[in-house]
Structure formats: C-alpha cells, structure tokens
Design a protein around this ligand. Structure first.
Ligand SMILES: [Zn+2]
Length: 115
C-alpha cells in the first residue's frame, strides 16, 4: 500500500471496490465497514484474511473487483454492475443497515426507561 497518493483527491486516488458475488454487498474502501469494525480508508486487500462478507458471511475469495465505484464520474446507485445476482440496490442496503442501527438505538434507549 503506497502512501504517496495521499496528496491527491480521494476521487483521483479512489481504490477499487469489491462486490460479494453471493449477495451483492459491495465493500467500498473509502467507507470501510462499521459492522466488522473496518475503519474507512482500508483497502480490500488490507482486510484481515479472516474477514467475511458482513451481509452473507461469504469468505473474501468470492469478492470481485468492480473498480472505483465512488469516483465522481458516477454514483454507485446509477451504475449497472452487470451481475445478475445483484438484486439489492445500495439504497436498499443502506435502509437495511440504518434500520438495524435504529433498532439498536431504540433498544438502548429503552434501558433508560427502566430506571
Ligand atoms: Zn455477501
């Protein structure tokens, strides 16, 4: 991993994203993965070898390089990846993630109600 590119914009240096062929989850290096405690900026190739898809649990070997989908030339939502298995749009994935988070927050808040 080279540190030399840090002077350029993220868009110019956008590292490739990887998509899970099992469920369509896309690992975006600039976002990392909060579910598995991967900090933003972690390249897919730098993920721990035991890292698994946070959605379906598939191993890293089923992931394919789909290029820098967060580059400014186009938003991920507008891209057609060309994989038939990718039925879940990024929007749906976000909804899934945020509703899970909201549930967690609600549960946490309900603990305060017990006092
Ligand atoms: Zn998956």
């Amino acid at each position: 991993m080279s540190e030399a590119g840090k002077e350029k914009t993220l868009a110019e240096q956008a590292p490739p994203s990887y998509e899970c062929r099992s469920c369509g989850y896309t690992y975006v290096p600039s976002k990392g993965d909060s579910k598995t405690n991967i900090p933003p900026g972690t390249l897919f190739t730098d993920l721990p070898s035991n890292w698994r898809c946070p959605v379906c649990g598939a191993s890293r070997t089923v992931f394919v390089n789909v290029g820098a989908i967060d580059a400014p030339s186009g938003f991920a939502e507008n891209l057609d990846y060309g994989f038939g298995v990718n039925r879940l749009t990024p929007g749906q994935k976000n909804l899934l993630i945020f509703s899970a988070l909201a549930l967690g927050v609600l549960f946490f808040l309900s603990l305060y109600g017990l006092n």
